[in-house]
Design a protein around this ligand. Structure first.
Ligand code: NAG
Ligand code: NAG
Ligand code: NAG
Ligand code: NAG
Ligand code: NAG
Ligand code: NAG
Ligand code: NAG
Length: 525
């Protein structure tokens, strides 16, 4: 087993972000299902339990069919999306008929399939439990859960004497409920309450050890995710989501890929498919490779199944982190790995003989590029256009400075790129502090178009991007044309404040390269 671990490490060292992990290590088969959720057309109108059950049955029928298909392909765990059974846009009262009470699996051992009459009003739990049992598969689903509380003992208890939570439930392969997680970071969900205490939820499997559980918007916040990873040593996460895509920085698959790579974790991400709301993007991600799905055209569900290596340190040995290869958020420390010719080339100014020369975009080439501001995803970025075929740029926003060396290997005159920096509190649709360095393809040739949404680009760019971050939580990502996902050739800390990533030889046009820093400590400033 020690050998298997070593194999993984060596591959990371030699090939940087390249995907191959030897199959002779411990591995298992995971599945995620992107579900085209059948919605209640009138979510704000209260319903009878019978009607709510009839509605949810339509989604559960699809879950049942897909669980069987996944099991047939050998899957040992399957993840379904957030809101995939009941839908969304309910009010606190209109969701009443959809609620079930999920008992705390730490207190009650219960298989709803084996023992259906133990608790009333648990039809959905029974159905899910039977799917898991029948197909011998661990199953993760999301449903609305209510928990009675006592107002005189609990100051957070809502006036009606019950909490309503956005809840992930995990069933073992014999139908037993093994985990229950109440979503911490709600995204404007009127039907639900924030749990009074953050829940750090994990469960164990016989085939891959421990997994952590979190939901959708949680991915952008410290709690519970960063604590699960950094303090509890969780390296495998199941992630039901209902994510509305937003380019250039927060498309579902783009951020899922960055998160798994940068945190050094496996992420099993299942999104809802709802074209009208811009929801699509699911995947099975390891720090090395991914199987993902993004489809804005079709209106179909999509099952992804993939064999992946076990990452639980208690099963594969704690040697994994020793040399920093898989320590969360560290990237690859520059000094600890052999320097390749490619790295040397990046340090060598001779690679950029044409700085300031080359062809010009419009008339600007002869003049010094000038800084400009553009609003990207509601944040006011400071940007500098890329001019010529190669260059060396610096853009700062407060204490954050972004430095970039670039060369275009396949320049396209009709495509403008800019290097942007943002260091500040994001306040629209959520409050969170960002430190971002990003290279974006602008949607037009005007500076105002930088930060707009495009999925396509033809220009091939080699780059080395460095930021002076005050946070150690930096998510690196590279998005190629047509929603293709790339990993950096290298990334990591040059020193305690300079995080870098480099990439050469992309085969798809570059849409976005980002170092997305989250300064969790400054969220409440
Ligand atoms: C849900 O609410 C959002 C935001 O208010 C709205 O854009 C969307 O159309 C609604 N969706 C449904 C299915 O009602
Ligand atoms: C379930 O509901 C029935 C009818 O209201 C009641 O008689 C029974 O005691 C309940 N069972 C449990 C376990 O709560
Ligand atoms: C609610 O909490 C109070 C204070 O701790 C206690 O006296 C009371 O019995 C509790 N009520 C119920 C229904 O558990
Ligand atoms: C069901 O699965 C759980 C979790 O894997 C396990 O702890 C439990 O012993 C199993 N129960 C039975 C009856 O096999
Ligand atoms: C890029 O610019 C920085 C500062 O302006 C300079 O220190 C560095 O040597 C330059 N690098 C190259 C490769 O020209
Ligand atoms: C963005 O910031 C710049 C510089 O501080 C300022 O001049 C500009 O008005 C801001 N733009 C917006 C839309 O807030
Ligand atoms: C990191 O390196 C940069 C440039 O090499 C240097 O200016 C800076 O002072 C260093 N920072 C620390 C904290 O060592």
């Amino acid at each position: 087993m020690a050998f298997c671990v070593l194999t993984v490490v060596i591959f990371s060292l030699c090939l940087g972000g390249l995907p191959q992990v030897r199959a002779d290590g411990l591995s298992y088969v995971a599945a995620v299902y992107e579900h085209k959720v059948i919605l209640n057309p009138h979510p704000r109108v209260p319903q009878e339990r019978k009607a709510a059950l009839a509605h949810m049955k339509q989604n559960l029928d699809v879950f049942e069919e897909q669980t069987a298909l996944a099991a047939k392909q050998g899957a040992q765990i399957i993840v379904f999306p957030e809101d995939g059974i009941h839908g969304f846009n309910f009010s606190r009262s209109s969701i009443a008929a959809y609620l079930e009470t999920v008992p705390d699996p730490g207190l009650v051992t219960w298989s709803p399939c084996a023992d259906p009459y133990r608790f009333n009003n648990t039809e959905v739990l029974q159905r899910l439990s039977c799917m898991a049992q029948k197909n011998h598969i661990f199953l993760v689903a999301n449903l609305p859960d209510c928990q009675v509380c006592n107002r005189s003992a609990d100051t957070h208890c809502p006036p009606d004497g019950q909490y309503q939570f956005n809840t992930d439930v995990v069933f073992s392969d014999n139908g037993t409920i093994v985990a229950r997680y109440h979503k911490q970071n709600l995204y404007f969900e009127a039907a639900f309450d924030t749990p009074p205490n953050v829940e750090y939820v994990t469960f164990s499997t016989p085939f891959a050890g421990r997994f952590g559980v979190f939901t959708c918007f949680d991915i952008l916040f410290r709690e519970p995710v960063v604590t699960l990873i950094e303090d509890m040593g969780i390296r495998q996460l199941v992630y039901p989501t209902a994510w509305m895509n937003q380019l250039p920085l927060l498309d579902a698959v783009q951020f899922q890929r960055s998160f798994s790579y940068s945190a050094g974790v496996t992420l099993l991400a299942a999104n809802v498919r709802a074209a009208a709301l811009g929801m699509t993007g699911s995947g099975i991600y390891t720090p090395w490779d991914a199987l993902h799905h993004h489809d804005m055209v079709g209106e179909f569900g999509k099952l992804l199944v993939k064999r992946i290596p076990v990452l639980d340190p208690s099963l594969i040995g704690d040697g994994v982190g020793k040399d920093g290869i898989l320590i969360p958020y560290s990237g690859h420390p520059k000094d600890n790995r052999p320097e390749t010719d490619k790295d040397k080339a990046w340090a060598d100014a001779a690679l950029f003989p044409r700085i300031g020369g080359g062809y010009c975009l419009k008339e600007e080439c002869s003049v010094e590029p000038t800084f400009f501001n553009s609003v990207m995803m509601y944040d006011n970025f400071t940007l500098l256009p890329l001019q010529g075929e190669a260059g060396n740029l610096t853009v700062c926003d407060g204490s954050l400075c972004c430095h970039m060396l670039f060369q275009r290997t396949a320049p396209q005159k009709e495509e403008l790129y800019a290097l942007g920096a943002f260091n500040g509190l994001h306040v629209v649709h959520g409050t969170y502090y960002l430190e971002i360095c990003t290279l974006v393809r602008c949607t037009g040739l005007e500076k105002e178009s930088c930060g707009g949404e495009t999925e396509h680009a033809q220009t091939l760019v080699d780059f080395h991007l460095v930021g002076t971050f005050s946070t150690k939580h930096v998510y690196a990502g590279i998005l190629g044309s047509g929603m293709t996902l790339d990993l950096p050739d290298h990334s990591g800390w040059e020193n305690s404040s300079r995080f870098y990533m480099s990439k050469t030889g992309m085969t798809n046009g570059l849409v976005t390269a980002m170092l997305y820093g989250r300064n969790y400590e400054k969220d409440s400033t």
